[in-house]
Design a protein around this ligand. Structure first.
Ligand SMILES: *Cc1c(COP(=O)(O)O)cnc(C)c1O
Length: 416
């Protein structure tokens, strides 16, 4: 039996609790959606003000040099590299995860086509975040060279499909719906043993779990900065390429920012011999600048400690739902085994949508994903043990009082 007292005790012992003060969160809200849109670092307001009033307002165009706006994608990339087990010069921040997938997919397919022209299969998961599948489909349609997408059902299915002529595999390191967490190193070995290349989508793992892209010998990675890294709504995404692939190919969104000498204004394209070749055109500098606020907080914390606390909090959530809400029909779809669990907890429930709306009305913000999935993101830097206790107590009240049956919770918004 877990008690409120016990949760208070864990909060007192928590070595990461000081980080909560770095974030601006509304009163009376328990925010369990940091895996979808991270909370705002307090500092981002001051930084935004500085960029808008000083760098843009006063220094105007001089800021490309003076404030090094030009170098921002790689300067930030070098910081993010420390969170994903990469080196300086290997990461660039730019565009969106969706666009970055297009770039690295083109690179991976091109590299493979030169070595293994007969390989025409691109693998993704049925349960992938849809944008990944859509981009693969669009890419295949565009190049029109007989490629096919093959959708798999998870790890067991991966071995089945790898017996075929697979060129590239695209996987979400942590699944956005279930929270299933792949063992990166062993999956890479399995894929490389069949001469295929891997692209990791890190949207639900960067800032959530320790990552070792080089140590695990990955090929390409992309991921969001507005989820666990708290970069702000729509902040540009990360892109990492293993050094051995970097200069083998230039990606087809070959805009001037990726040119070797952009300010020569040359008539023909020549890619930069650096990670900048994965840029495209002018970047959203204000949005991008705010990413640093969240990343700097992570750089002061220890990713291993964050992971440990994340597992304690997700364990606590699961145990409390079992203890307090067992009779209400929530089916856990997140793995119990720590080895396969990311940093969110998901349940299936027939009335998941309505229950989430009722929770939000009570200040407990989680989200809903089709089909019938309630999703609770766990962000150890700004959530404590008592928050989890309180969230589950609110859930229990909603279920006991059948609050979710109120008809206003039936109305579906455009964004769920
Ligand atoms: C959130 C998410 C995305 C979003 O991509 P955008 O280009 O930022 O819209 C992509 N992949 C996964 C796995 C995600 O969870």
């Amino acid at each position: 039996m877990i008690t409120h007292e016990q949760c208070l005790y864990w909060d007192r012992e928590d070595e990461l609790k000081k980080f909560k003060d770095e974030f601006a969160l509304p009163e009376n809200v328990i925010y369990l959606d940091g895996n979808s849109l991270g909370a705002r670092p307090k500092k981002s307001l001051e930084v935004a003000q500085h960029i808008i009033a000083k760098e843009w307002g006063e220094d105007l165009i001089n800021s490309w040099n003076k404030a090094d706006w030009w170098g921002l994608p790689t300067r930030l990339g070098d910081k993010v590299a420390q969170l994903i087990g990469a080196e300086k010069g290997e990461v660039v921040i730019s565009d969106s995860t969706t666009l970055n997938l297009f770039k690295v997919l083109s690179a991976a397919v091109k590299i493979q086509a030169e070595k293994f022209p007969e390989r025409k299969i691109i693998v993704a998961e049925k349960d992938a975040f849809p944008t990944d599948i859509y981009i693969i489909e669009g890419f295949i349609d565009l190049i029109h060279q007989g490629y096919q997408v093959e959708l798999i059902d998870g790890t067991d299915d991966l071995s089945r499909v790898l017996a075929k002529d697979v060129a590239v595999v695209v996987l979400s390191h942590v699944n956005y719906r279930t929270g299933y967490f792949y063992d990166m190193e062993s999956i890479n070995q399995q894929i490389h043993a069949k001469d295929a290349l891997i692209i990791w989508d890190l949207c639900h793992s960067v800032g959530a779990v320790p990552l070792g892209l080089n140590q695990s010998n990955s090929d390409f990675a992309i991921g969001c900065t507005y989820k666990y890294l708290n970069g702000g709504p729509g902040s540009p995404a990360l892109l990492w390429v293993n050094r051995k692939h970097r200069d083998q190919f230039w990606q087809p969104l070959s805009g001037w920012w990726s040119h070797k000498k952009p300010f020569d204004m040359a008539q023909h394209y020549e890619p930069a011999n650096s990670i900048r070749r994965y840029l495209c055109g002018t970047q959203p500098i204000i949005s991008m600048s705010l990413i640093e606020c969240g990343v700097d907080i992570f750089l002061q914390a220890d990713m291993q400690q964050i992971r440990e606390k994340s597992l304690k909090l997700t364990d606590l959530f699961i145990q409390l739902v079992q203890q307090e809400c067992a009779q209400f029909g929530f089916e856990l779809i997140t793995p119990l085994n720590h080895k396969y669990r990311g940093s969110h907890v998901s349940y299936r429930h027939e009335f998941g949508y309505e229950i989430i709306q009722a929770l939000i009305a009570r200040g407990v913000i989680g989200d809903y994903r089709e089909p019938e999935v309630l999703r609770f993101g766990i962000t150890p830097l700004y959530l404590g043990f008592e928050d989890i206790w309180n969230a589950v107590q609110q859930l229990k009240q909603i279920m006991l009082n059948s609050e979710w049956k109120n008809e206003r919770y039936l109305v579906r918004s455009e964004v769920t």
